[in-house]
Design a protein around this ligand. Structure first.
Ligand code: GLN
Length: 279
C-alpha cells in the first residue's frame, strides 16, 4: 500500500484527508490503479517518514511554520521535499511554505520549507477581494481525469498568495532586491553550483493562471492588477503548489491527478532502488 500524509499542524487538513479518500475511490474504480492507500495526519517526523507524498494545507503559514519549528518537524520537512524529493503539494498557506521566497506581511514573516524556486506574494488580492471564487479551466487535469476534464474547476481563494516571480536562482540565495524587500528566504542545505541553479529554475512550470480584470481589483491601490495574469499554480519536479483551496470544494479531480503523480514518483523510486541493488 501507499501512505500519503497531510500536514496537520494547523489549517484545513481534515478536508484534504476527506478528498484524498474520495480521490482514491475514483482511482480504484479504474482498473489500472488498484492500489491500497492509507491517508494519515502528520504531526511528527516519525509520521512524515512513513509517507510517499505529503500535502500541506491552507491555513495560516506563519502559525504553521511556528508550530513546525517548535515541534521539530521543519528540518525533516525540508529533507522530505528537497533531499528525498518526495511528492509534496501545498495549497494556499502550503504554497507559501513551499516557496523559496516570500514577502513579509504586517504580521511578520515565517521560516519557509522551500522547494519551489519562486517568490510568492502573500495576501496578494488585498482587502477588497480577500476571498473570492473563480471557475477556471485547469489544463493539467486534461489528460488524467477521464470524466469532466473539460469542466471548469471552482477555485476558492482566501487571502490567497500568488507566484509573482520565478526565481533565476535556486536554494535561497538572496538577490539584493529581495534583501531590500525584507524577504523571508528558505535556508539552503546543500550549496548548488550556478549551472544546477539555472537548471532548477528552468524546471518551474506554470500550471494555471488567473486573469484579474475585475473592477474591484483594478481599484486596489496596493497592486496594479489590471489586465495581468497571475500565476496561481506551479510545479517544479516533485513539488506542486496552488494559490487556492481544492480542499474546500467537493471536487476531487486535482487530488486524483496528484495521487497519480505520487504513484508515478513511487514507481520511479522503485526502479532506481532496484537498479541500485542490482548494480
Ligand atoms: N494568507 C495566509 C498566509 O499568509 C494564507 C491564507 C490561506 O491559506 N487561506 O499564510
Amino acid at each position: 500500500g501507499f501512505t500519503v500524509g497531510v500536514l496537520a499542524l494547523q489549517g484545513a487538513f481534515s478536508e484534504h484527508v476527506q478528498l484524498l479518500r474520495q480521490a482514491a475511490k475514483e482511482l480504484k474504480q479504474r482498473k489500472c490503479a488498484d492500489i491500497e492507500w492509507e491517508f494519515i495526519e502528520v504531526r511528527t517526523p516519525q509520521e512524515l517518514a512513513r509517507c510517499e507524498g505529503l500535502i500541506i494545507p491552507g491555513g495560516e503559514s506563519t502559525a504553521m511554520s511556528l508550530v513546525a519549528a517548535r515541534s521539530g518537524i521543519l528540518e525533516p520537512l525540508r529533507e522530505f521535499v528537497k533531499v528525498q524529493r518526495k511528492p509534496t503539494w501545498g495549497t494556499c498557506a502550503g504554497l507559501i511554505l513551499l516557496a523559496e521566497s516570500a514577502n513579509r506581511t504586517k504580521k511578520g514573516g515565517q521560516e519557509l520549507i522551500g522547494g519551489l524556486d519562486v517568490r510568492v506574494n502573500r495576501n496578494h488580492f488585498g482587502r477588497q477581494q480577500e476571498s473570492f471564487q473563480a471557475s477556471l479551466n485547469l489544463p493539467f487535469l486534461g489528460d488524467t481525469a477521464d470524466k469532466g476534464a473539460d469542466q471548469p474547476y471552482r477555485c476558492v481563494f482566501i487571502r490567497a498568495p500568488v507566484v509573482e516571480k520565478i526565481l533565476p536562482h535556486a536554494n535561497g540565495v538572496q538577490t539584493e532586491e529581495e534583501e531590500r524587500a525584507e524577504t523571508v528566504v528558505a535556508p539552503s542545505k546543500t550549496p548548488v553550483d550556478e549551472l544546477a541553479k539555472q537548471q532548477l529554475s528552468k524546471d518551474v512550470e506554470v500550471m494555471a493562471t488567473l486573469s484579474t480584470k475585475t473592477e474591484a481589483l483594478q481599484e486596489n491601490q496596493e497592486h496594479d492588477h489590471a489586465g495581468k495574469e497571475d500565476i496561481i499554480a506551479v510545479r517544479q519536479g516533485n513539488v506542486f503548489g496552488c494559490s487556492f483551496h481544492p480542499e474546500l470544494t467537493e471536487d476531487p479531480r486535482i487530488h486524483v491527478w496528484w495521487l497519480e503523480e505520487v504513484l508515478k514518483a513511487a514507481e520511479r523510486r522503485q526502479t532506481f532502488e532496484l537498479a541500485d541493488r542490482t548494480r
